[in-house]
Design a protein around this ligand. Structure first.
Ligand SMILES: [Zn+2]
Length: 436
């Protein structure tokens, strides 16, 4: 692929202020330069120019917490109390083959691209679904999920789910690992998983302090998650503390990406600031599952790197990440537009361990772009936060290639949709006997 210059009314590099009449120089899969169109045209007079006119160009967005393989269950699990909802997930997963999970993940990847997302922090249950995410062109940290049983069985567990044994990274992806949550992974499994992540340098994520039920379990050992913990985490005993304090004491918070953090005191946030890699907040998922809002303003004030995730389409209206940013803004009005935009670009890439490849428009990062039609504006970052998303997305590029161009999807998605529909029907049938 030859070099080319993408020019537009506004270029938002994120690492510097927006550039009016800006340009991005692309060479193959990577960015080679960013600046004003005038300067870059003068420096590269022979390069092909693609002018996007009155649009706002941002880096491809980073959705730091997804379960794309659950996308085909969208609409099947209505908003409900967290534990009620959680109990309905295993029947859906149980009804699906590896092919169904892959079709569902492909569907989620396409919805991500349509929202301007080009990078995800994906929880992985299955090799085929992970491959489907990468085949879609998305960049990803693939957090292989482990849960149930004791730490000494980690090796067998990983083998069963197809965790890679040799190759841990490609140009656009890295392997990570994620014990699901402190009520489905007991202390020995948490420690073993964390030790493996530290030894191999793998990104490590865990669902943390999501629900009141989890807090009650930690404090007293009682409540609706007690049965789940009995079954899944045989060596768990209630610590009598918060989840964050418990994980910190186990030593597994170090460099961890903490997902949700709805139930966290100031002291918990200080612990996270001292140890964790960052936090992903999922505002619309938390609302869907009747959980509290994460204390986003305090998290930001303490300097904890904060990203935003949609969580799965089974606990959200859709995978339109900027809708979650707007939900976050309503709940945390003190966060500035540029802070909010950083959470789904550079900070999102950082917390999932991909900050050296994605999340900004700078030389040597991936040529991943999201292009929005936002009319004439003098404040492009605020305009993206206010009105960016699926409704205003014009084009998306990953690795130097347009995946969506002027609203049209470049690949044929027909086959994918019928496979995902079949998965959806199976999931609906699996849920039917439960009286829904
Ligand atoms: Zn999740």
């Amino acid at each position: 692929m030859t070099k080319r210059l993408i020019t537009a009314n506004w270029i938002c590099p994120i690492t510097r202020p927006p550039i009016r009449d800006g340009a991005v120089l692309i060479d193959g899969e990577f960015i080679r330069g960013v600046g004003t169109a005038e300067a870059l045209r003068a420096d590269h007079p022979d390069v092909m120019v693609e002018d996007l006119g009155h649009t706002v160009v941002t880096p491809g967005l980073v959705n730091a917490h997804t379960h794309l393989a659950l996308t085909a269950a969208a609409g099947l699990l209505p908003p409900d109390e967290f534990c009620e909802w959680l109990a309905r997930v295993p029947p859906v997963m149980g009804a699906w083959t590896s092919e169904d999970l892959a079709a569902s993940a492909t569907m989620g990847a396409l919805e991500s691209l349509q929202a301007g997302v080009t990078v995800v922090g994906e929880i992985v249950y299955d090799r085929a679904a992970a491959d489907a995410v990468l085949a879609s062109g998305l960049g990803a940290t693939l957090y292989w999920e482990v849960l149930g049983g004791r730490g000494e069985h980690l090796g067998e567990k990983l083998e069963r789910i197809g965790f890679p044994t040799e190759e841990f990274a490609g140009t656009r992806w890295v392997t990570g690992i994620s014990p699901h949550a402190p009520y489905t992974a007991g202390p020995s499994l948490l420690k073993e998983t964390h030790a493996l992540a530290r030894a191999k340098g793998l990104p490590y994520a865990i669902h943390v302090a999501e629900s009141v039920a989890e807090t009650n379990l930690m404090r007293s050992g009682r409540g609706p998650l007690a049965d789940v913990a009995d079954r899944m985490a045989p060596d768990f005993t209630p610590p009598g503390t918060s989840t964050v304090a418990y994980l910190d004491r186990l030593g597994v918070l170090k460099e961890a990406l903490a997902i949700h953090v709805c139930e966290a005191s100031h002291v918990d946030l200080v612990r996270l600031a001292a140890s964790a890699r960052g936090v992903v907040v999922c505002p619309r998922s938390n609302q869907w599952l009747h959980n509290r809002r994460a204390p986003a303003e305090q998290i930001a004030a303490l300097g904890v790197p904060m990203a935003v995730g949609t969580d799965s389409a089974a606990s959200n209206e859709n995978l339109d990440l900027l809708e979650d940013v707007r939900a976050l803004q309503r709940a945390a009005p003190r966060l500035s537009a540029s802070q909010l935009l950083r959470s789904v670009t550079i900070d999102g890439a950082f917390v999932i361990g991909l900050g050296d490849r994605f999340g900004a428009l700078e030389p040597y990062l991936a040529a991943d772009l999201a292009v929005f039609d936002l009319g004439r504006t003098t404040e492009p970052e605020a305009a993206v936060v206010r009105a960016g998303g699926r409704a205003t997305l014009r084009s998306v590029m990953t690795a130097g290639r347009w995946r969506i161009r002027d609203g049209a999807i470049e690949d044929d998605a027909g086959t994918m949709e019928s496979a995902a529909l079949a998965a959806r029907n199976k999931a609906a049938a699996a849920l039917a006997p439960a009286g829904r």
